[in-house]
Design a protein around this ligand. Structure first.
Ligand code: SAH
Ligand code: SF4
Ligand code: F3S
Length: 483
């Protein structure tokens, strides 16, 4: 689609480390072009992402490096360079990667020049590297989350070597700015505002694989948003594991220390950025200041993703979530009152150790009271090394399955009821692309994140247009462009 790679122009780069990586890209380019000559064809690269928005953003940086080094992007894993950017939040994500790796080794048997790399959260897990070393000997490069900025350097090493290259760091306090980044969509982009997590919810592996909270300076964030806007981006999503604790890692006398609410206001002032999303706020420290900023700023999306995890106060205590059923309900009530047009979505875990029927009923009670506009429900997955993995009262699989089904039904009914309430309204929609199933339709997203499909031409992709919502189909609408 001809989207520019941002931060590939040396004159604009302010971070010395990033400049160094651009040099490495130059060196890799020579190696790639020599290999192209030898083989008499272009080289291809494929980046496969397993995780959350933050992993997806990292993948865009990996892809930019590969493209600048001369590789052509492909969706197929039968490529000359394949990199798996892994997630370890649940066990099934780990298992999926290992399955895919096994299949990819067959491509390598046919293509001796092929390089296979694996990086991301799973590589930071204890024992993961040893497992790859032992059972997946054909992997060429392994690195983790903390040193992803030096991918260009590692790419060079791997192009020169036949050995398995492993580089994993335990921790980092470093943030490298201005790395080249490619975008999947020309009109929207994720923007990291912080890395890591300090919350240590007892079920969660993220703090172990992503390290402590590190916030980017407001100047760097705004500079990135300005560059994106100049490059045609209309919507940004500010990313962090707990955006409400943005800036808390700065010392009190640091002028960069501003609240997340203030940062949101600054991002809204960037000319050309028409819509601002953020993910994820933690319910324990959602401030009134943040509610006021959202209320005052029409650019901020009418959507708050507010992970509940569980509706029972004792389970929440054991999860180390630092809020109760009552305080969550109070916060959700305040959001509904102050911001009546905001959709509230959530994440729920079923089967956390010690979860009784009564506890599940508490969660259902919260779903019914808050009326979530959508919810992601996950079956609890035991993550080695987290406190909850060694809790004694793990719930048997059949009980979890039964509770999961019961909860999912309520979630779906509630979400459908909420979506139906939009019937007849006209909403501003960011057009994301042509509908996958019906090429005469476009697909777009409303400010509150609901999808709508409507007849229209491709020239509208990337535009914000008014669409009237005609027919509700469960979780999405069929609509009509308002001229
Ligand atoms: N920082 C975000 C969540 C990041 S992980 C927050 O605090 O809300 C995304 C979601 O994965 C979580 O909200 C949780 O619902 C789910 N999750 C995390 N660890 C899990 C585990 N061990 N088993 C099942 N689901 C889990
Ligand atoms: Fe995991 Fe909790 Fe941090 Fe979210 S806030 S990433 S659930 S530890
Ligand atoms: Fe997964 Fe890592 Fe994100 S564990 S959810 S990819 S931070």
């Amino acid at each position: 689609m001809g989207i520019n790679i941002l931060n590939s122009n040396k004159a604009e780069i302010q971070d010395g480390e990033s400049l160094k990586q651009l040099e490495y890209i130059e060196q890799a380019k020579d190696k790639v072009s020599a290999l192209e000559k030898e083989l008499g064809r272009k080289l291809t690269a494929c980046v496969v992402t397993f995780g959350c928005q933050m992993n997806a953003r990292d993948s865009e940086k990996l892809l930019a490096t590969l493209k600048l080094a001369g590789y052509e992007e492909t969706e197929s894993e039968d490529a000359d360079f394949v990199i798996y950017n892994t997630c370890s939040v649940r066990d099934n994500a780990d298992q999926r990667v290992l399955g895919r790796l096994g299949q990819t080794s067959n491509f390598k048997k046919k293509n001796p020049n092929m390089k296979i790399a694996i990086c991301g959260c799973m590589m930071q897990e204890a024992g993961a590297v040893e497992k790859i070393q032992k059972s997946y000997r054909f992997v060429d490069l392994i690195f983790g989350t903390h040193n992803i900025y030096k991918f260009a350097e590692l790419l060079n090493t791997v192009l020169d070597s036949d050995r398995m290259i492993i580089d994993i760091w335990k921790e980092t306090d470093k943030i490298v700015e201005d790395l080249p980044a490619f975008r999947k969509y020309p009109f929207k982009s994720g923007v990291n505002i912080m890395f890591g997590c300090n919350n240590f919810c007892t079920y969660c592996i993220v703090p172990y694989v992503r390290g402590r909270e590190r916030s980017r300076s407001p100047k760097d964030i705004i500079r990135e948003c300005e560059k994106l806007a100049a490059d045609g981006v209309k919507e940004v999503m500010l990313l962090g594991q707990n955006v409400n604790s943005y800036g808390l890692d700065f010392s009190d006398d640091n002028p960069d220390k501003i609240s997340f609410a203030k940062l949101l206001e600054l991002v809204c002032e960037v000319e050309g950025i028409e819509r601002v999303r953020f993910m994820t706020p933690h319910p324990k420290d959602f401030s009134d200041e943040l509610l006021d900023v959202i209320a005052k700023n029409p650019k901020i999306a009418r959507h708050i993703h507010l992970p509940l995890q569980a509706g029972n106060s004792e389970i929440l205590r054991r999860m180390n979530r630092k809020y109760t059923k009552e305080s969550y309900l109070e916060l959700a009530g305040k959001i509904r009152e102050k911001l009546p047009d905001v959709a509230i979505t959530t994440d729920i875990i079923v089967g956390f150790p010690g979860e009784t029927k009564e506890a599940v009923l508490d969660t259902i009670d919260v779903i019914k009271k808050v009326k979530f506009d959508n919810a992601f429900t996950f079956i609890y997955s035991k993550r080695p090394g987290t406190p909850a993995a060694s809790f004694e009262d793990q719930v048997p699989e059949e009980v979890v399955k039964e509770n999961f089904d019961m909860l999912l039904k309520v979630v779906q009914e509630t979400a459908k009821e909420q979506t139906a309430k939009l019937q007849g309204r006209t909403e501003t929609v960011l057009v994301e692309g042509v509908n996958e199933h019906d090429k005469s339709l476009l697909t777009g997203r409303m400010s509150n994140n609901t999808l709508v499909h409507f007849p229209g031409g491709e020239e509208l992709i990337g535009e914000l247009v008014p669409v009237s919502l005609l027919e509700c189909h469960g979780f999405y609408y069929l609509g009509k462009l308002v001229k």
